[in-house]
Design a binder for this molecule. Structure first.
Ligand code: AHR
Length: 506
């Protein structure tokens, strides 16, 4: 059996983990909202139409922040359409995804849902078809106490207390040709800076997120950040990053190595932020908001046109990726990458949450009404539960392998976090032939490690998925062999192709 060594020292800390690293993202897209989180006719729906079965699963994900309302959707959104009496809200053509948006669910419904889900709102403003005036008005509507046109509108709509939204995204993926109102870096930097200025003048306590490149493979990656940050540096708090991985080529070793590219993307983006700061002689540091990340490569609505609902219909299934075992390993690897970069990445949003590339799936009430956990639910829930605390520098000595996506990827990837009197080691075994690997740990400065628990996510079939009929086909289980503790060292066996959560009580 191959062996990997992990050395941890209680003094070698990386950073406190910002709890917002484990956020989510809800977009007006497909069945995310309608028949996902909101379905008044569903047997579990409460008086506001929120599905309680979905809220219960969302609670288990422990997401402290939730980005809304898009995504590509936001770049054509008139937020005023979604507030006020429901009977007077207009239906609109939704151009980003070719749907009909009834606007029955809007900003205030989202705020109420967030309270019930135990999460904080993170709103995006439309800098595609609209601009600084609409953005400023939305901040005033949400955060101003009262006595002005927009804050009094909120009150008249039934929400007397301000929503107090702290984090605001300045548009979405403005470099992408698919975006309504795509801009050059300079155009975007200018409009983002002016919008952010008015938004911060309205409420100085807010933080803003500038759109970085919509992916590392964009031809303007690097230059986009450099130019737009030059325009908007002083009014920006975070730079956004987006990444989706996939296994369209059905090459598992290469797929499992892709999360290492996320680490490169983070470091390169942070380097550009620091370079602009240096060029501007600024004392301010821009941190990162990885506000869209996930696995996304199968979208049945795109491969089976016509089978999943017509264009311009309300809430037809879109982007309903069914996640399998190996997708969960990649999501685990991405969580490890985020934790190992917690010194720069302060906000993370799994994209998305329900039905649309989501860890939670639902059936509408007229099709059975069930809700269940996809495979990727499990690594996310474990990281959100045990990954909040202080991230350590995990020193790993591992054999490596080379594949299409990476040269010299470690066969085991690891992150480690101390939370109170618990030390948790997260590890993905991606040894390319699917063999178990021995993890030998040295725990320096952790006097009196008492016991260890080892939970594993694995399956002999990497393509197996959870379904409404078999919702626990892939679920965490206790490891077959208990980790062996001896003084400062431990030994654990990581089964072939597995996600592992090893917890030590200190
Ligand atoms: O999350 C799905 C889409 O991916 C988002 O709307 C967009 O921002 C990204 O391209």
């Amino acid at each position: 059996m191959q062996s990997v060594t992990l050395t941890l020292d209680s003094d070698f800390t990386l950073s406190d983990v910002d709890p917002r690293l484990f956020g989510g993202f809800i977009e007006h897209l497909g069945r995310h909202i309608y028949t996902g989180i909101y379905e008044p006719g569903h047997p579990t729906a409460d008086a506001e139409g929120f599905r309680q079965d979905v809220l219960e699963l969302t609670h288990q994900l422990r997401m402290p922040i939730m980005r809304y309302p898009g995504g590509n959707f936001v770049s054509g959104y008139r937020w005023e359409d979604g507030v006020g009496p429901k009977e007077s809200r207009p239906a609109r053509l939704e151009l980003a995804w070719g749907a009909l948006e009834p606007n029955i669910f809007g900003t205030n419904e989202f705020m109420n849902w967030c309270k019930k889900a135990g999460t904080a709102p993170m709103l995006a403003v439309n800098l595609g078809t609209r601009g600084r005036e609409a953005a400023q008005a939305l901040v005033e509507y949400c955060n101003h106490p009262g006595g002005t046109f927009w804050s009094d509108q909120r009150k008249s709509h039934g929400w007397s207390a301000p929503h107090d939204v702290k984090v605001w995204c300045l548009g979405n993926e403005m470099d992408g040709p698919w975006q309504m109102g795509q801009k050059t870096a300079w155009e975007y930097g200018r409009i983002a800076n002016e919008a952010a200025k008015l938004m911060k003048w309205t409420d100085p306590s807010i933080e803003t997120v500038l759109c970085g490149s919509s992916g590392r493979s964009m031809p303007t990656f690097g230059r986009w950040e450099w130019e737009s940050l030059h325009e908007a540096y002083d009014n920006t708090d975070y730079l956004s990053l987006h990444t989706y991985y996939g296994n369209a080529a059905n090459d598992t070793p290469s797929y499992l190595a892709q999360p290492d590219n996320m680490t490169d993307f983070i470091r390169e983006s942070a380097a550009v932020c620091d370079a602009v700061g240096a060029a501007k002689k600024s004392k301010k540091k821009i941190n990162l908001s990885f506000d869209e990340w996930n696995v996304w490569y199968q979208t049945p609505d795109q491969v089976e046109p016509g089978k999943t609902g017509e264009k311009w219909s309300v809430a037809r299934p879109q982007l309903e990726q069914i996640y399998n075992m190996e997708d969960a390993l990649v999501v685990g690897g991405m969580l490890i990458s985020l934790l190992n970069n917690a010194d720069r990445v302060k906000i993370g949003c799994l994209a998305q949450v329900v039905n649309v590339i989501g860890p939670i799936m639902t059936e509408p009430a007229d099709k059975g009404g069930r809700a269940w956990k996809q495979t990727i639910f499990h690594p996310f829930a474990a990281a959100a539960q045990w990954g909040q605390g202080t991230a350590l520098r995990s020193h790993v000595k591992s054999p490596t392998y080379t594949s299409k996506s990476r040269d010299n990827a470690d066969i085991v990837t690891v992150a480690s976090v101390v939370q109170g009197d618990t030390l948790t080691v997260f590890a993905v075994n991606r040894e390319p032939s699917g063999q178990p690997v021995e993890l030998k740990g040295v725990l320096r400065g952790f006097a009196g490690v008492k016991s260890a628990e080892h939970s594993v996510l694995k399956h002999s079939d990497l393509k197996i998925a959870n379904t409404a009929d078999a919702p626990n086909a892939v679920a965490p289980q206790a490891a077959e062999t208990i980790p062996v503790l001896a003084g400062e060292t431990f030994t654990a066996v990581l089964p072939g192709y597995s996600w592992n959560v090893i917890r030590f009580s200190l």
